[in-house]
Design a protein around this ligand. Sequence first.
Ligand code: FAS
Ligand code: PHB
Length: 394
Amino acid sequence: MTQHHKTQVCIIGSGPSGLLLAQFLGQAGIETIILDRRDRTYIEGRIRAGVLEQGTVEALEEAGVADRLYAEGLRHDGFDLAFDGTRHRIDLKALTGTSVVVYGQTEVTKDLFVARENQGQRFFFDVSDVIPSDLKADKPTVAFRQNGEDHIVSCDYIAGCDGFRGVSRAAIPADVLKTFERVYPFGWLGLLVDQPPVSDELIYANHTRGFALASMRSPTRSRYYIQCDLSDDVSDWSDDRFWEEFATRLGPDTAANLKTAPSLEKSIAPLRSFVSEPMRYGNLFLAGDAAHIVPPTGAKGLNLAIADIRVLSQALLAHYKDGSDHHLDTYSETVLKRVWKVERFSWQLSTLMHQFPENTPFEKRMQRAEFDYIASSEAASRTIAENYVGLPLE
Ligand code: FAS
Ligand code: PHB
């Protein structure tokens, strides 16, 4: 027997996009249902982003979920770019007047889950066979199965917040959907360790052996990455092998401060740039990774998702509170304008900071020349800085 549900907005996906949208709508008294194919423990446990733009911090504050972020987040006024041992600090504060906050995506997700619980609105975890339908109808529907039972949600709008491998994007007809993609010829091997960070601020390093990133989660927990081959498996990388490679790529002066310990987590993520257009079809709206992916080099994935939700939530509020659909009608065009600019920055920084197997000696010299230009030009450094702290929403 199928269970029928009614709501105003059905949100597919309970990652940062879906959770923040639910929080904003819930604050305004708009009813939502959130579905996720995973459960809360799994979602909270995913190690992903670590750097929040000021705009993201403000959005989380508006959503009433920033208390722990303000108490535990680490404000960073700059970061280093390193090229074969030469380091150049991008002084975010001096160049842009603002900065970023280091606070893990896992913590953002936990804070949003607690807020959702306090709202007492409906979650469905461990769902399967999620099918968005009737996207052009006044009341689109989302069918799904949970614990062997069939469910169907009737709603005003569907928010596709189900990430890169979700079902929402695929619900847009193939003759309407346009996709754009660049898959990079390498991955990132990430490691989490309970040791103080090797440096007070992040270091992005391009070494002849490959890229490395020294990041962190707290004064006692560090998050490190090295570029690895796409054919690599995590089992190919013992902790000792990782530490040796990471230290080599950081260079002896920086590595002198490196404290190692057994890894808490190790994983390999592929890198891609991806955009799908449009981000609206009928009463389905895509947001976050469901619509676009950036290589993590620019620390933009999570921030881009939050930026989409800031626009989408305002557009839905205008519909329900003022009866105005202008922002819903312009949503896709509005967010895509910024998405492409952020894609450009993430692609540019990835192209600058990684070793590409196919690069010719000339292209390697171009990488070095671009680094030297950034290091010697305030204007060039400001370009990096204004993208890193986050471009304006519109
Ligand atoms: P998410 O993918 O976080 O959430 C989508 C949710 O939808 C998931 O909970 C999933 O279970 C659910 N879902 C999927 N299919 C479904 C279905 N059919 N039915 C119901 N639910 C479904 N960004 C950075 O800024 N910095 C980083 O260092 C960084 N590292 C990353 C490493 C990895 C391995 C990955 C995959 C991403 C990384 N990102 C990083 C990007 C990441 O942070 C995303 O931008 C962010 O999670 C986007 O949030 P959402 O759009 O909510 O998508
Ligand atoms: C992280 O801390 O996980 C992190 C930080 C900056 C990036 C990517 C990942 O660009």
